[in-house]
Design a protein around this ligand. Structure first.
Ligand code: MIG
Length: 655
C-alpha cells in the first residue's frame, strides 16, 4: 500500500512519480517530526537488527547503517565508504526489521540521511526545504515494497540489445584512428565488442554537438564503417555550453533565453572544460525541447547512443567560488574535521548564485539542485525520441528518481581499487530499488592504474551488470582487455557475457516491465535469517546468484547457499556444473575462471559464443540448471516496447 503525505506546500512539481496518489489526512507514521528555524527533521528509532536498504547509488554498503548520506548531487572524485554525496539524489529507503516499510522523500532540495551514525540506533532525516511529499509504502516483505515503489515511479529506461554487449571506453581515444585501433585489437584477439565511447576530445574545443574535423574527418562514413563491423559509437555530451561568438548553440541559447541567470539578471558563467560556459535551464520545457532537438544532427550522422556527463552540474570555478583547481577539493578530504564533502561546500557558492525557472517561478538553483541532471537526461531522451524511432542507448552521471525513465546511469569517477569493486557490488541493489536497472560502474576503475588481476575480477562482476563498460581516465595505465597479455582469460570472461546474453536480456526486460528489480539482495528472495546482512552475494534475475571474488590475491572464498544450488563455472570457454547442498561452502575460483550459481529447480538459458550482439542468436539457446523450463522474453532488440506481451514470452523446456 502506498500513502502520500504532503508536508507544507511543495516548492515545485518533481517528475519522480507516474501514479496519482491522493494525500492522506493522517499524520506521517513511524517518524516523529521536529522543526528548527532552518531545517525539518524526521526521527525513527531503529531496532538493533533492523536493516536499512536503498538510497540508490550511495556508498556505505548494502545495509546503509553506520553512515550519513547527503543527497546533493556532486562531482566528487573521492569515493570512500563514508563519502556522503555522489552524483545523484535517490531518496528512497526500506527499513526491514521490527517494522517494515519503504519511504521516499520527494524533494528537489538537499536532504540528509543519518542512518545510525550520530546517535546510536537513530535514523534521522534532515531537509533543507521543509516543503515536500513523502510516500510511505507497506507490504508483506521488502521485495514487495520495492515493487510497489517501482510501480509508483514508472517503468525504467529500456536500452536496445546492443547496449547489453561489451563497451570499451577511455578518456584519451582522440581520433578515428584511435578508435579503429581498439576495434582492430578486439577483432584480432577474438574479444567481443559492441560499443565504443567517444570522450570529450572528439569535440571542437569542447563545444557540445560539434566535432574536431581533423580528428574525425570522415563522418558520417566512419560511423557507418564501424557499424558494419558491429560496433556502435557512443559520444559524450556535457551540460555546459561554451561561450563563443558564432557558435550556434551558444547564440541560439542567448537569443532564445535558454540559459540560467544570476541574481542580477545576467547569464551565469561557470568554467568547465570549454572555458567559460552557460548552463541550459533544463527545468523549462522549451529549453529541454531546444536542447533535445540538438541530438538530431548526431542521429543523422548515424550515432544511436550517448552519455551525459558533468550534469550535477559540475563547475570548476566561477566568480562566486574561488576554487582554482580540483586539487583544492581533493585536499579538503584529508581534513579529518570536514563534516560533509569539500566538493559540496565549494559548489554551494555557485549553486546559491544562479537561478532556474521551475513551474514558472525563478528559484535559486540550490533549492532545486538535485533535479538538474535528471532534467538534462529527460531533455536528451525526449529529443532523441522525437527524431529516432528505435531504442537507443543513453546513460547519465547525475540523476534523481524519475530520471530512471529517461536513461541509465554509471556511477562516475571510481578508481582502480579493490574497495571500489566492492563499492559497485554494494551500489547495485540500491540502484535497482530506485529504478536504475541499466547501470554499472567503470569496470577496471576510472582513476589510478588497473592491474590484470583487478580487471579480470571486475569483469567477472560486470558480466552480470546490464551496463558493462571498461572505462579509464587519461594518463592512467591502458586497461583494455588486450593490454595485459595472456588474453585468453579476458576472452573467457567476455565470452561468458555473450553466452549469458539471452538470460541477461530476458531477465532485465522482465524485471523492467514487471516493476521488479534485476539485481537484489539475497534477503529479498530467501526467507532465511542467515542471508540477512550478507554483503558479498547478490541475486541476478530470478535464477542466478553471484558471489564474486573481490579481494586481491584471493582464489577461494566462502559462500552461503540458502538452498541447494547448481554451481556453474566457466573456464577455457567451457561450462562445468556441480550440485551443492544448502549451507556454507568454500569455493575455489582461479583468476581465469568465473563462477556463479543457479537456484534449485530453476533453469537459465545460454546462447552460443558471439563477437557482438548482432552475431548473437538469442533464439538458439540451451538450458542449464536442474529446473524444467525457462520463460524467455524475446524481441528484436530495437523496436520500442510499451508493455510485456505474452507473445514475447517463450517457454523453453528440457526434453
Ligand atoms: O572532469 O570527459 O565521469 O567518465 O571520462 C572529468 C572526461 C570529466 C568525468 C566523467 C568521466 C569522463 C571525464 N569526465
Amino acid at each position: 500500500m502506498i500513502r502520500k503525505y504532503v508536508i507544507g506546500k511543495p516548492l515545485i512539481q518533481t517528475f519522480s512519480t507516474v501514479r496519482q496518489i491522493d494525500p492522506s489526512a493522517d499524520p506521517l507514521p513511524y517518524f516523529t517530526q521536529r522543526r528548527t528555524k532552518k531545517h525539518l527533521y524526521f526521527h525513527y528509532q531503529l531496532d538493533r537488527k533492523d536493516i536499512v536498504y536503498g538510497l540508490g547509488e550511495n556508498m556505505g554498503g548494502i545495509n546503509k547503517r553506520g553512515h550519513t548520506y547527503a543527497s546533493y548531487n556532486t562531482d566528487n572524485p573521492i569515493h570512500r565508504e563514508n563519502t556522503p554525496s555522489l552524483y545523484s539524489a535517490h531518496n528512497f529507503l526500506i527499513v526491514d526489521g521490527r517494522d517494515l516499510f519503504g519511504v521516499f522523500f520527494d524533494t528537489p532540495s538537499k536532504i540528509t540521511f543519518d542512518v545510525d551514525k550520530t546517535t546510536p540506533g537513530e535514523l534521522f532525516i534532515r531537509t533543507a526545504n521543509d516543503n515536500l511529499d513523502i510516500y510511505m509504502i507497506t507490504a508483506s516483505d521488502a521485495n514487495s515494497i520495492a515493487r510497489e515503489f517501482l510501480s509508483l515511479i514508472g517503468r525504467p529506461f529500456l536500452p536496445p540489445l546492443w547496449a547489453f554487449g561489451f563497451g570499451q571506453s577511455r578518456w584519451g581515444y582522440k581520433s578515428e584512428a584511435d578508435l579503429l585501433a581498439v576495434m582492430e585489437a578486439h577483432k584480432l584477439n577474438r574479444l567481443p565488442l559492441d560499443w565504443l565511447c567517444m570522450d570529450i576530445d572528439y569535440m571542437d574545443h569542447f563545444k557540445l554537438f560539434t566535432f574536431n574535423k581533423l580528428r574525425f574527418p570522415f563522418l558520417p562514413a566512419f560511423v557507418e564503417k564501424t557499424r558494419q563491423r558491429g560496433v556502435h559509437l557512443v559520444p559524450i555530451v556535457d551540460a555546459g555550453v561554451k561561450v563563443e561568438e558564432g557558435y550556434d548553440v551558444y547564440e541560439e541559447g542567448v537569443v532564445g533565453d535558454y540559459f540560467c541567470r544570476n541574481k542580477d539578471g545576467g547569464i551565469f558563467k561557470g568554467t568547465v572544460w570549454p572555458g567559460i560556459v552557460h548552463f541550459p535551464d533544463f527545468f523549462r520545457p522549451e529549453v529541454r525541447r531546444w536542447f533535445g532537438d540538438k541530438y538530431k544532427a548526431m542521429l543523422d550522422l548515424g550515432f544511436d547512443g550517448f552519455w551525459n556527463d558533468m550534469n550535477e552540474p559540475s563547475i570548476f570555478s566561477s566568480e562566486y567560488s574561488k576554487v582554482k583547481s580540483k586539487l583544492d577539493i581533493v585536499k579538503g578530504f584529508f581534513n579529518p574535521h570536514h563534516k560533509e564533502s569539500k566538493a559540496e561546500e565549494v559548489a554551494h557558492f555557485d549553486y546559491h548564485n544562479f537561478y532556474n525557472v521551475a513551474d514558472g517561478k525563478p528559484l535559486v538553483h540550490h533549492l532545486v539542485h538535485n533535479l538538474y541532471g535528471g532534467y538534462m537526461t529527460m531533455a536528451s531522451c525526449q529529443g532523441i525520441e522525437r527524431h529516432y524511432d528505435k531504442r537507443f542507448l543513453l546513460f547519465s552521471r547525475s540523476s534523481c528518481i524519475g530520471a530512471h525513465r529517461y536513461g541509465g546511469l554509471w556511477t562516475g569517477d571510481n578508481e582502480s581499487r579493490w574497495d571500489h569493486l566492492r563499492t559497485e557490488f554494494h551500489q547495485l541493489p540500491g540502484l535497482n530499488m530506485c529504478g536504475f536497472l541499466y547501470s554499472g560502474a567503470d569496470t577496471g576503475g576510472f582513476g589510478s592504474n588497473c592491474t590484470r588481476e583487478l580487471l579480470l575480477r571486475w569483469l567477472a562482476l560486470s558480466v552480470f551488470t546490464p551496463l558493462m563498460r571498461n572505462h579509464a581516465a587519461r594518463r592512467t595505465r591502458s586497461q583494455e582487455c588486450y593490454m595485459f597479455g595472456h588474453i585468453s582469460a579476458f576472452r573467457n570472461v567476455l565470452m561468458l557475457r555473450y553466452r549469458l546474453l539471452p538470460y541477461i536480456y530476458s531477465e532485465f526486460m522482465k524485471a523492467a516491465l514487471n516493476d521488479d528489480m534485476y539485481i537484489k539482495p539475497l534477503a529479498f528472495v530467501f526467507d532465511d535469517p542467515r542471508v540477512r546482512g550478507i554483503e558479498n552475494q547478490l541475486m541476478v534475475g530470478e535464477s542466478i546468484m553471484i558471489a564474486p571474488i573481490m579481494e586481491k590475491g584471493q582464489t577461494e572464498r566462502s559462500v552461503y547457499l540458502p538452498e541447494a544450488m547448481t554451481m556453474v563455472s566457466y573456464r577455457n570457454q567451457k561450462f562445468t556444473t556441480e550440485k551443492l547442498k544448502k549451507g556454507k561452502h568454500t569455493i575455489e575460483v582461479p583468476e581465469d575462471e568465473v563462477v556463479f550459481f543457479i537456484r534449485h529447480d530453476h533453469c537459465i538459458i545460454i546462447g552460443r559464443e558471439a563477437l557482438n550482439t548482432a552475431e548473437a542468436d538469442l533464439k538458439n539457446v540451451e538450458l542449464l540448471g536442474d529446473g524444467k523450463s525457462y520463460l524467455q522474453y524475446l524481441d528484436d532488440g530495437y523496436t520500442r516496447v510499451t508493455n510485456i506481451e505474452n507473445a514475447r514470452l517463450i517457454k523453453r523446456a528440457t526434453n
